[in-house]
Design a protein around this ligand. Structure first.
Ligand code: KG4
Ligand code: ZN
Length: 353
């Protein structure tokens, strides 16, 4: 089954062509430069940029598919004949952004007479560790159950992943997401947006030292939920007390300590989830897991439990992309979970797992 998948949940216009777990084409237009100067994603600008770019991204994905697929195609109509279904992110995300992708998916499904599959964006992040290149690498057979972690700019969740499309959320953030907390702390220190990767670099420069021992939120409470907004407040008051010049002098130490507070909380909650469920196989997705230090923290954690951890095998799979949506859609399609009435599909901005 060949799937053309679309994700416009936030600030990337992304389209891919996949077959089971293999990616034959991946196209992405990032709006990050548009939103950078505003210090965060501006919904109206996101919507406009998605509308302006989606056809170009679609063209690029189709051209890549035509070039990469095993079989030679004479023309675009042959390419379209080969595609079995259109998949699209239904939520969660920015309503005005989701709408653009959904409208395009409906248009294509009707025009080319294809099945339409709706995917939860978080489900996509869960599948991101299993996405393969066009040659089927890495092989990585599934070995359910997993503890899946989604650590991104919009979400921080621990999920008990029992089997394909069968899962149960064990814990999630009750306020800010981990990536959002990093971005906000960076902003307070005068860094641009988003700044998770910059914080990673600054922290690495001083050996990821934890100098200030900021609070580890929610560790005293029972359960597996997260909360990062109090940590941000504590960081805010700390740098306010230091004053402008001291704050800048201690840029590395402050951000490294903040990053460590966020990561340590996530790793300790994951440790708790392993103890509670007895599941020692982790599978982690989302933009923040691009961070090498966090990957190493997870590797250390699973070594302690004689377990294992899977990360997205290619860098583009950590952030938002449509390849992961196509792979998740494959399993929906296998269960014949397709949209019965295309005209009725609508975005669910606060869609849950
Ligand atoms: O998954 P993603 O691209 O978008 C959402 O669905 O939210 O995640 C974006 C988040 C941002 O908060 C960004 O600062 C963070 O991922 N991020 C990182 C790194 N690269 C991106 N955080 C820590 N270390 C990184 N290397
Ligand atoms: Zn995402």
């Amino acid at each position: 089954m060949i799937i053309l998948s679309i994700d416009t949940s936030c600030d990337e216009t992304a389209i891919a062509v996949t077959s089971e777990r293999k990616v034959f084409a991946n196209a992405i237009y990032s709006q990050v430069l548009i939103h950078k100067k505003w210090g965060g994603v501006v919904p109206s600008l996101a919507k406009r940029a998605h509308i302006e770019r989606i056809d170009l991204v679609l063209d690029e994905a189709l051209r890549k598919f035509k070039r990469n697929y095993m079989q030679p195609f004479k023309n675009m109509s042959q390419v379209w004949e080969k595609i079995d279904a259109i998949a699209v992110t239904q939520g969660p995300g920015l309503a005005v952004a989701l709408e653009v992708g959904i409208a395009k998916a409906k248009e294509l499904a009707v025009l080319h007479n294809k099945k339409l599959v709706a995917v939860n964006h978080l489900e996509g992040h869960m599948y991101s560790a299993f996405v393969q290149n066009k040659n089927g690498n890495p092989a990585r057979p599934y070995q359910f159950p997993y503890l899946a972690l989604i650590i991104s700019g919009g979400h921080t969740s621990i999920v008990l992943w029992e089997n394909h499309l069968k899962y149960q959320v064990l814990g999630e953030t009750i306020d800010d997401a981990a990536g959002e907390a990093l971005d906000k702390a960076g902003k307070l220190m005068g860094l641009g947006y988003p700044c998770g990767a910059v914080i990673e670099k600054l922290s690495k420069d001083i050996g990821n030292k934890d100098i200030y021992a900021f609070p580890r939120p929610m560790l005293k409470q029972k359960g597996l939920d997260f909360s990062f907004s109090g940590l941000k407040t504590s960081f805010y008051y700390h740098i306010k007390e230091l004053g402008e010049s001291e704050k800048n002098k201690h840029l590395h130490g402050l951000l490294s300590s903040f990053q460590e507070a966020v990561f340590d909380t996530i790793v300790k909650k994951t440790n708790r989830a392993i103890l509670q469920t007895g599941i020692r196989r982790l599978c982690v997705g989302g933009g923040v897991i691009a961070n090498v230090h966090l990957r190493n923290r997870f590797r250390k954690l699973v070594a302690k439990h004689d377990g294992s951890v899977l990360f997205p095998p290619y860098k583009y799979l950590t952030g938002d992309n449509a390849a992961m949506i196509g792979v998740a859609a494959h399993y929906r399609l296998m269960q014949n979970d397709v949209i019965k009435d295309v005209s009725l599909l609508d975005r669910i901005a606060r869609m849950r797992l």
